[in-house]
Design a protein around this ligand. Structure first.
Ligand code: NAD
Ligand code: ZN
Length: 359
């Protein structure tokens, strides 16, 4: 069995292991980094049904003492209420500083479990076991954890790096199409940031046979950004391409629209705005729009510029009277642009206009 490995030099440093059918041997992989101890698996109701017993058995075979906590699947669970339940569960399971938390699931599970691990006893170790494409290419790496507040998306959280990331490509292959597309959105984002090699796989290539390679490319690129700017002082902000409008769409829909789909529409909005307002040096929107459509993703939203602007202005990326946008300049080059809060509405409005090639 071939395992691809990517080293991330952030926090204490950790390996991302990528391979087929890794869940059945995850105890072995984790055992290379963490000696047998109490392991609390945090998962959601869908993933519990699909993979929990495989993961728990593998850990127990390696001498870990396993307890499990499952919450209802979905973004609505990424809340202070679920976080509180997880923290109480860790206390009831009598986890100590030498024990560990395992996040088994998609980005919602990883963000919740990572936040709980980063704050329980002022921080215990945790491992990410991503089971969605989105978690594999993006959320399981880089140490950003968090929950949504009533006022907005990801408004509370901690930066805390995992001890290891174990990515089973077979899980990702069996995802429902809609959930797979969510991951494609973040991977296309990574392609817009990193360049043609990755972007062209989504623009013209065949994604599923190249899955392990795509995950590796995304993780390697994200790792390089995180290593340069772990706490998002500057460069790491570029990973938020499409997210100002994306988060606003999620919030306006009361989280009925998934993160990946919202980010896809958000990237299309900012790309069209960049072309129309002269922020990009060459036209970027048509290629981005066509690639999103080819990967079953939306390029428009039904929400108005007014509603999106209001939602975006409670976003954490706002600082004072300015907001930082990530502008796609060309495939492989994006830059940060600060704009006055008062002009955000007109930028979003420009991005909502229908592209001439689609009309
Ligand atoms: N921390 C970060 O750096 C970061 C980066 C990107 C996104 N995120 C966050 O990630 C979240 C989105 O993650 P997501 O798209 O993985 O959502 P998710 O965790 O809700 O998973 C999507 C759905 O897929 C199901 N599922 C998971 N694995 C499955 C499998 N193998 N087969 C079938 N179904 C499966 C889940 O139960 C859920 O219903 C958002 O909250 C977003 O803010 C965080
Ligand atoms: Zn995202």
């Amino acid at each position: 069995m071939e395992i691809k490995s990517v080293r991330i030099n952030a926090g204490k440093g950790y390996d991302v292991s990528i391979g087929e059918n890794l869940l059945g041997s995850c105890g072995d992989v984790i055992g290379k980094t963490i000696n047998p101890c109490r392991a609390a698996i945090i998962t959601d109701s869908n993933v519990e049904r699909l993979f929990l017993s495989t993961v728990a058995d593998s850990l127990e075979n390696e001498g870990f003492s396993v307890s499990t906590f499952s919450f209802p699947a979905g973004e609505q669970s990424k809340s202070i209420g679920t976080l509180s339940n997880i923290l109480e569960f860790l206390g009831e399971s009598r986890l100590t500083r030498t024990d560990c938390v395992l996040a088994l699931g998609g980005g919602v599970t990883g963000d919740l479990a990572g936040f709980a691990a980063g704050t329980y006893l002022r921080g215990i170790r945790y491992v990410q076991i991503p089971t969605t494409f989105l978690a594999a290419v993006d959320s399981s790496v880089g140490g950003k954890t968090g929950i949504n507040l009533m006022t907005g998306k990801n408004l509370a959280g901690v930066f805390v790096q995992p001890e290891a990331v174990i990515c089973d490509v077979s899980c990702v292959k069996q995802l429902p199409d809609e959930v797979f597309a969510d991951g494609a959105a973040e991977a296309i984002k990574t392609g817009i940031l990193s360049g043609e090699d990755l972007f062209s796989l989504f623009e013209t290539g065949d994604v599923k046979p190249s899955l392990a390679e795509i995950i590796k490319m995304c993780v390697t690129f994200k790792g390089s950004i995180v290593e340069a700017d772990e706490f998002e002082a500057g460069l790491r902000k570029t990973l938020n391409l499409g997210h100002t409008v994306g988060h606003a769409i999620e919030k306006c829909s009361n989280y009925a629209i998934s993160h990946g789909h919202a980010v896809a529409a958000g990237m299309a909005v900012i790309a069209r705005a960049a072309d129309r307002l002269g922020f990009s040096s060459t036209p970027v929107a048509p290629r981005i729009e066509k690639t999103l459509i080819r990967n079953s993703l939306p390029i428009y939203t039904d929400f108005s510029a007014e509603n999106l602007t209001a939602a975006a202005l409670s976003d954490k990326k706002r600082s004072g009277e300015e907001i930082t946008l990530v502008i796609p300049d060309s495939i492989g080059r994006c830059y940060l642009k600060k704009i006055p809060v008062s002009t955000l509405h007109s930028v979003i409005n420009a991005g909502l206009e229908v592209s001439s090639w689609t009309s």
